[in-house]
Design a protein around this ligand. Sequence first.
Ligand code: FPP
Length: 249
Amino acid sequence: MPNIYPKFTDAELKEFSLSREALPRHVGVIMDGNGRWAKKRLLPRSAGHRAGMEALRGIVRFSHSAGIEALTVYAFSTENWKRPRTEIDALFALLEEYFHKEIDELDANGVRIRIIGDEAAFSGKLRDILEAAQNRTVKNTGLCFNIALNYGSRAEIVHAVNSLIESGAKSGEVTEEMFDSSLYTSGLPELDLIIRTAGEQRLSNFLLWQAAYAEFVFTDTLFPDFSREVYADCLCEFARRTRRFGKVL
Ligand code: FPP
């Protein structure tokens, strides 16, 4: 039987110094530092990615329990094809393993999986696994768990422009809403928070359009060490920010 993860009560949230009203609706995570984590331990990079996968399981559960509506993680960028083939193959094998092991539990907890990015570049087997996970969870109404795979924000924007043209959009008539609906993230809540681990402070082609009003939180923690406590600290930092959206408060 898959484990069902109960939602946190207000008191449980408070144990992490969090309150329901101050939680982001949509969190993006740039999962960085798997390689450095492995190097420090004289392990192959693939071991860092495996440890990253374990950390990811934890933050998906925490997001679900905290009642966050959407979590989008950057798992493989369009630039990651430049990595050694052995590392790419290890990452794809991990993805297959992740879905094989987790899908029953994610589905039982009402998590909806969405892949954002161009799946066409993947092998038939991986594509079938990704399609099956998305189809199986399409009606779920809990956490929207979006995995960016072969994703690049510039490519997403170009893809959106082309689909608008194909749908017959006329010059001068395209609105921000129409453009937003043509992105892979269509229908998701506005991105409130982007977390990047491992001390880097850049977007690396992740959700450029969607990040327009997002808060950024950077942590030195390497992704495999990104525990629920570190995640909760990032959510607390978000809660402390004053968001003005261009207005005078
Ligand atoms: C960046 O760290 C991380 C990645 C390119 C891959 C992220 C993948 C996972 C967390 C594993 C599993 C994912 C899923 C969805 C099951 P890096 O290798 O660039 O680290 P470095 O900068 O320290 O070298």
